[in-house]
Design a protein around this ligand. Structure first.
Ligand SMILES: [Zn+2]
Ligand SMILES: [Zn+2]
Length: 259
């Protein structure tokens, strides 16, 4: 069994194919998926999927790339997270790659999410791109980690250095690898995955983006997380079954789910 710890199956290109997507999850042994919220207007659809399907979970948050959207307060995020199928706050974080200029609003938005996570006790889903220094600094300042009274969470679609991964793990976080791990060009990232303990690793698709090999370039979907898991097993020289069981257990432990 595998779990897709991060997907966007509420996006229209995937939502219209839901029966096929659920079937392909089953065909590939993908037992659960976490549908991650990116802004407040989309949140009702994300929640509706989690309410409709027992094996789909959801989060609430506003993505750092969504510039012209309703700004959430910590209190608002906490209120929206009060539902048994909402298991996380995010995705949140910093992205200095997609957007330039004065990004103070991104950092403030990130702080609101960390505060919501601390109040609700629900773990964070953190997106960081070209901003790892500020990401780690704000995580520390706001007490995101279990070392500081926070609920910790996951660094999703991880593409940063081993140093950044270890700093996050030290705060109680998990590291999640997407299909990028399977790309030939991702040698540095593969070295990071190899060096990290399997006990701190999750796997994800971030679908509809970033389809893993051998589907690179196609529309991604949760069933394809199997390829990330198989690649990780090969990379670490571990039995596939061990990667399946440990990454699934990590997911259930982090999000406090009784499977
Ligand atoms: Zn992301
Ligand atoms: Zn995402």
């Amino acid at each position: 069994m595998y779990i897709d710890s991060h997907c966007h199956i509420n996006f229209p290109e995937l939502a219209v194919r839901m029966p096929e997507i659920l079937q392909k999850m089953q065909d590939n042994g993908v037992t659960h998926a976490l549908c991650v919220s990116v802004d407040l207007p989309d949140f009702p659809q994300v929640l509706a999927l989690a309410e409709q399907y027992p094996h789909i979970y959801a989060s609430v948050g506003v993505h750092p790339d969504y510039e012209d959207t309703e700004e959430p307060s910590a209190a608002q995020l906490v209120a929206l997270s009060q539902h048994p199928k909402i298991i996380a706050i995010g995705e949140t974080g910093l992205d200095y790659f997609r957007l330039k200029g004065d990004l103070e609003w991104q950092r403030e938005r990130f702080r609101q999410h960390i505060r919501a996570s601390r109040i609700s006790g629900k773990p964070l889903i953190i997106h960081t791109r070209a901003a790892s220094e500020d990401t780690i600094r704000i995580m520390r300042e706001e007490g995101a980690g279990t070392d500081n009274g926070g609920a910790a969470g996951v660094m999703h679609c991880f593409t940063e250095s081993l140093e950044v991964a270890l700093a996050a793990i030290e705060m109680g976080f998990y590291i999640s690898f997407s299909g990028i791990l399977t790309f030939k060009s991702a040698k540095d990232l593969q070295a990071v995955a190899k060096a990290l303990p399997l006990e701190r690793i999750l796997i994800e698709t971030d679908s509809p983006y970033l389809a893993p090999m051998p589907h690179r370039g196609k529309m991604n979907e949760p069933g394809f997380v199997r390829h990330v898991g198989e690649y990780l097993a090969d990379l670490k020289g571990l039995p596939v079954k061990q990667v399946q069981e440990t990454t699934s257990k990590n997911f259930f432990d982090l999000f406090k789910i009784t499977p």
